[in-house]
Design a protein around this ligand. Structure first.
Ligand SMILES: [Zn+2]
Length: 271
């Protein structure tokens, strides 16, 4: 599943191709299950830059239009000099690069859990406002974490970290890894996390995200590739997730299930 680092990689690759004017748009026969809302037609309009909040890509179009794209389980964007003929291509923007040569931006999604909206500013904001602070942004600091944990003192830390309305972009393996590097058990009640530990959570988040972002995101079984079809190799940075031995102390990693999600932790390193 594409997680925040993979989405950020795609954002950067798409951003490099802006401004991009959509000359023609091609849609698959089953695009309805992905393209939920269409308040405008992108044809003839220009994608000026590409932002991101959590795992939601926000392609700014002209002055006040947005293409919001969530990759779901298996979605991805392709950037190609020739038309993308890959199976499961649902949305394809045909246009040209800065030098006027043909360029294609295509959304490919075999499992179709992803979704997309073409929205005017007001409706786009409604979607963006549902998301909390992006965990890769500067707003994600110890004070914010402390305030949000205090709101739900009885929730387990890892379960709370997965709540996108507070921690946008925090996926399952990221949450496990943050708890590990912060030295806190995933089952700890939020009310029992100290202010100092909130600073540890922020530090840990940077430690988890930065190396993975630099290696173009993770690769998990099921297959995930970025816009050029390249696979990342971030797996080596994980300290507990899908590990038998803790990569911090060498001790045995425990696996439990929290809120139906596989959760990994080290009983020695995490209190
Ligand atoms: Zn350990």
């Amino acid at each position: 599943m594409p997680e925040l680092p993979e989405v950020e990689t795609i954002r950067q690759q798409l951003e490099k191709k802006t401004p991009f004017t959509v000359k023609k748009m091609e849609l698959s026969k089953v695009v309805k299950s992905i393209l939920k809302d269409r308040e405008f037609n992108p044809e003839g309009k220009t994608i000026s830059h590409v932002k991101r909040k959590g795992k939601l890509l926000d392609l700014h179009v002209d002055d006040d239009l947005h293409i919001l794209s969530h990759l779901g389980m298996s979605g991805g964007w392709r950037i190609s000099k020739t038309k993308v003929l890959e199976k499961h291509t649902h949305v394809q923007f045909c246009g040209s690069d800065k030098k006027g040569k043909p360029l294609f931006l295509a959304y490919v999604d075999p499992r179709r859990f992803g979704y997309m909206y073409f929205l005017k500013d007001k409706s786009a904001q409604v979607h963006l406002d549902k998301l909390g602070v992006d965990i890769a942004s500067d707003e994600f600091d110890a004070e914010y974490v402390h305030m949000i944990l205090k709101k739900y003192p009885n929730r387990q830390l890892k379960v709370h970290l997965l709540d996108q309305s507070f921690f946008a972009g925090c996926g399952n393996y990221i949450a496990s890894e943050i708890c590990a590097r912060a030295g806190i058990r995933p089952t700890r009640r939020c009310g029992k996390v100290t202010k100092k530990e909130c600073a540890d959570i922020v530090r840990a988040t940077g430690e988890v995200l930065n190396p993975i972002m630099e290696s173009n995101g993770l690769t998990f079984s099921g297959g995930y590739s970025d816009t050029s079809g390249e696979k990342g190799d971030g797996v080596k940075h994980l300290v507990v997730f899908w590990q038998k031995e803790c990569q911090m102390c060498g001790g045995e990693v425990k696996k439990i299930t929290l809120a139906q999600r596989g959760t990994f932790y080290c009983p020695k390193c995490q209190k």
